[in-house]
Every structure is written in structure tokens, then in C-alpha cells.
Ligand binder design. Sequence first.
Ligand code: FAD
Length: 467
Amino acid sequence: MSTPEQYDAIVIGTGEAGKFIAWHLGSKGQRVAAIEKDEIGGACPNVACLPTKNVVHSAKVASFFQRGAEFGIVYDAWHVNMAEVSARRQKMIDGLHEVHLGNFKKSGAEIIKGFGRFLDANTVQVDLNAGGARTLTAPKIFIDTGSRATIDPIPGLVEAQPLTHIQALELDTLPEHLLIAGGGYVGLEFAQAMRRFGSRVTVVERNPRLLHREDPDVSEALHQLFHDEDIDIVTDATITRVEGISGAAVKLHIAQPTGETIIEGTHLLVATGRTPNTQNMGLDLAGVQTTPSGHIRVNDRLETTVPGIWAMGDCAGSPHFTHISFDDFRTVRDNLAQPDPSTPNRSTTGRQVPSCMFTDPELAHVGLTETEAKQQGTAYRLVKIPMLAVLRARTLSETRGFLKALIGPDDRILGFTAFGTGAGELLPAVQLAMVNDLPYTAIRNLIVTHPTLAEGLVSLFSAVPPN
Ligand SMILES: Cc1cc2nc3c(=O)[nH]c(=O)nc-3n(C[C@H](O)[C@H](O)[C@H](O)COP(=O)(O)OP(=O)(O)OC[C@H]3O[C@@H](n4cnc5c(N)ncnc54)[C@H](O)[C@@H]3O)c2cc1C
């Protein structure tokens, strides 16, 4: 082993938490090495959140063309050009890449392109993408290696060369019939987008209903949406075997309680879960333990089993959202600032985990669901209004869905779900009330600009039944 190069901090993986910790420590004058094997900035700006929302928005534009007459606009000669859809996405990614490079440069953190793996608890070898290797050492090491699409051990699946979200985003021709394994967030966002571009789409979901952890009325509303958009949903369905090759012809052998069936399509997208990127990294050489699911074992301060090594984001088993990875960074950053007694000791325990699925309309949620409240025996009052009651939604002709909230006996908001246009934008106001223990009346009594979607919150909380 060559003499290791000495750094103050090494970051393995430049996902959300990784890049922010690198920028933070770099800008404080520390010598930081940020190791990245693929795209700088991780999944979110390159292959996940932002590119999918870019493509989802192109699909929304296609839906406006389909609905044009409803808005008094008739434009007959239109078609979808997937190469241009893809080009718009790539242009955004290229712009984000420049932003990331600029931030690294400004912070002084060094980017090293290659695969990082531990030699011991303080030493990391980088197998450089350009060939050769470098050996680095630092007293502080941060792991943010993310996750990848799970490919289940189903006979024929690997041989079928299925698309993951990465290749699905790069399609520059439209699949004739896209089969999607998995009816979670990723599968459903793609399903609707590809259908709106013109593909026939079939979603195969192993549970009895879509998003089975959500309340039944949420699942029902989603089933109705997908039915109305002519997307086939096959539930309670276990894929037992795959035949053929994605891109040409694929057959899914499906087992359902009612019997066996075969579904045929031209392309297959797998969206059945995420696998943490924790393999072949020499974690055992460093003494960093993993959980049975393969995530890095961390405590509520994101400290691994080895002092001086932290893990953040998907690889640490944090809820798989970019905003949570960002909060992991803030947790580690603030705790690093100890022992300054004025800095509170930050923990991931009990933090809010808001979520939004970017189907159209969006599904946004924070706090308890009704199902969870019932399971926990938590007393609540339910308030629910249709999006039709939100006047702004009427102006947009986007009246599908509902807003609902669970209110505790002390008038605090226990949970909030919005299935409706712009739902994600409604979350922060409700979150703010929740984290500050404000009663629902604090939102109800606001003067909210008319006509906005947020005005719907006033309508919702005005309808809370008395205690
Ligand atoms: C299709 C899709 C859509 C999504 N949409 C949303 C959304 O709308 N909103 C949301 O909040 N979340 C969304 N997510 C989830 C979100 O993308 C992830 O939770 C988030 O990107 C996780 O960030 P991270 O910090 O864990 O690391 P990642 O962003 O996964 O980055 C990890 C990085 O580490 C690198 N790496 C891995 N191993 C090594 C190694 N040994 N050496 C060097 N580099 C390595 C990888 O190349 C990668 O760049 C979506 C996910 C998918 C798949």
C-alpha cells in the first residue's frame, strides 16, 4: 500500500447528504475528498427525483393537449416526440451538473471519480474510473452511497434485461406496451407519464391494492385515477417467471389467488424496491456493521458502529427521500459542531417524514394515517373535504381528489393527506403547525390569499367537527 494521502474528511458517495457535508466541511477550510463512482450529486439530480419530475411534467403537457377542447383550445396536429422529452430532461441535468461542479469548486472539496472502499477504519482506497488507485486517510469518514433498484431473484428476470428508472428515463422511443413490476411511488409516476405519452401500460402489484400502507380511501382514489387514464392494474399478483427480452417482447407469469395468468408486453420496468449500496466496500475491514437488510447500522445521530465514521441517506436505512437525506446531513453537521453547548444535540428520532408522490394529481402526506391511528388506539376527529370545495381547483379544472386531516382531542393536527393538484405545496403549512404544536385553528384563522390552493386548508380546518 502506498503512503496514504492525508485528508481531514473523506466522503464516499456524493448523494444529497454526501455533497452537503463535503461542501460544508470544505467551506470551513477542511481538506475534504469526495469520492463518486458515477454522476456527481447522486441519484436525485441525475436519475431520480428531478429527472422523473421533469418527464412527469412533459407528460402533464401531453395531457393538456389531450384535454385541450375542455379548455377551449383545439390543436389537432400534435404528437409526442420522446427524443425531445429526453433532451429536455438531459438539458436540466446538464445545468444541475454545472451547479454541482461550481459548489464543489467554491467549497474547496476535491472530487475524486472512482469507487471507494475501506482498507481499515481510517483508510479508503479509490479505484479510479480513469484507471489506477489512490489511497486516502482521514479521521472522519462519511458514507452516503445510496441505493439502487432491486432486481428480485425471479427466474428469467435478469435475462429479460428489464429497464430500471435509469433506462426508463432515457427512452427516446415510446414503448408499445410497458409492463411495470411494482405499484409504489416510482412505478406509479412512470405508469401515468408513459400512458400520457401514448404507451399502453400495465402495472403489476404484489399487494391487494396500490400503496397498501395508505388509507383505503387513498388507494381507492388512485385505482379510480388509473382506471380513468386507461392504465391496467393487476393486484395480488406475484411474478413467478419472466420470459423474453425487454424492448422486444416480454411475458410475465403471474400467480394470483384466482389462479395463474400470463401478461405480455414489449418492455418491462422494475420498480419493486431499493437495495442499499453497501457491498464490496470493505465495511467489514473497517468494522462498520450492517443490518440484516444490508443497510449500514447507525444510531439516531447517524453514527456507525465505528467512531469517526457516519452513514447517511438511503444506505443508512433512512426513509428513502432526498429531503430526509438532507436532514441526515443537518443532523450530522449539527452534532459535529458539539461540544458547543448552545447547539442542541440533534437526533433523527421522531422527526417528521413528509412525502409526496408526483402523480397527477399529487398525493402528499405527513403524520398519522387513519389506519395507523386506529392501530395505535389514538383518538382523533376526521375532517375531509373534496377538492371540488377548493375554488382554485375549479378554476384549473383539476377537481379530482380530497384533503383530509386527523385532529387530536387537544386540537392538534395528527396527520394530513392531500390527494389533489398541487398537494405537495400544501404540506409545509400543516407541518409548521404540527412541529410547533399549534392547534388546527391556527391555520383555520389565517387570512389566505384568494383564490389559491392553500385556501383549501382554511376550508378543511373550518369543517373540523366539534370535540
Ligand atoms: C425514480 C425515483 C424517483 C424518486 N423521486 C423522489 C422524489 O420525488 N422526492 C424524494 O424526496 N425522493 C425521491 N426519490 C428517492 C431519492 O432519490 C433518494 O432517496 C435519494 O436520492 C437518496 O440520496 P442519498 O443521499 O442516499 O444518495 P444517492 O443520491 O443515492 O447517491 C449515492 C451516490 O453514491 C455513489 N456511490 C455508491 N457507492 C459508491 C462507492 N463505493 N464509491 C463511490 N461512490 C459510490 C453513487 O454513484 C451515488 O452517486 C426517488 C427515487 C427514485 C429511484
